[in-house]
Ligand binder design. Structure first.
Ligand code: GRF
Length: 194
């Protein structure tokens, strides 16, 4: 069977992009990272993808008429690259219907809290400020809402009294970097969509 083709969408550092490409390299994830999509031309993740020879589609939203226009373009690029799964990894935008419809059940996201707690921006900071004793990581399907799609996998992280916000971030990222490739592999193996 041909390998599943993933498009990773990211706007930032790309530590999850790294974890996914490493998992592919070491045979833990039976897929191909066939495309990196970014709305941030200067993001570190774009530089990394170029260095590794991953094809990139980098766009500037303000150069398009509206969200529908850039999502139409993205759909064309995804179809050209025969993408099977969209993996959001720090892509800081809501996905609109233009992109959701053709990839229904094939778009997933990772969020650094135990959803439905602390959706949206700075989930780690929100959880830390709230003083929760348990936070964690969620992998979920993407719908039109903000971190509202159905949950695929979760893992808890204990927040001890000694932890700083940065410690919590580190602990959460460590879990993300293992859980995301593992979960993608399970989905691919099942050939599953929502
Ligand atoms: C991760 O914490 C992820 O949960 C959130 O955005 C962050 C991306 O980090 N959606 P990175 O760019 O993968 O390092």
């Amino acid at each position: 069977m041909p390998k599943a083709k993933l498009a990773v969408f990211a706007s930032g550092t790309g530590s999850n992009y790294d974890a996914i490409t490493e998992a592919v390299k070491y045979g833990k994830l039976d897929a191909e990272v066939a495309l990196l999509v970014s709305d941030q031309p200067n993001a570190k993740v774009v530089e990394k993808a170029k260095q590794q020879g991953t094809p990139t589609f980098v766009f500037e939203p303000k150069q398009y008429r509206d969200k529908n226009a850039f999502e139409e373009k993205i759909v064309n690029v995804l179809q050209e690259h025969k993408i099977d799964w969209i993996v959001l990894a720090g892509y800081m935008r809501l996905i609109g219907n233009t992109l959701l419809r053709p990839f229904e059940g094939k778009i997933i996201n990772i969020h650094p809290s135990l959803l439905p707690a602390f959706p949206g921006l700075d989930a780690i900071g929100q959880a830390f400020e709230a003083g929760v004793k348990i936070s964690g990581v969620t992998v979920h399907y993407v719908d039109e809402g903000m971190d509202t799609g159905s949950i695929i996998a979760q893992e808890a992280v204990n927040v001890t009294d000694k932890m700083t916000r940065d410690d919590l971030q580190q602990a959460i990222q460590q879990v993300e970097h293992r859980l995301y490739p593992e979960t993608i592999q399970k989905l691919i193996a099942r050939g599953e969509s929502q």
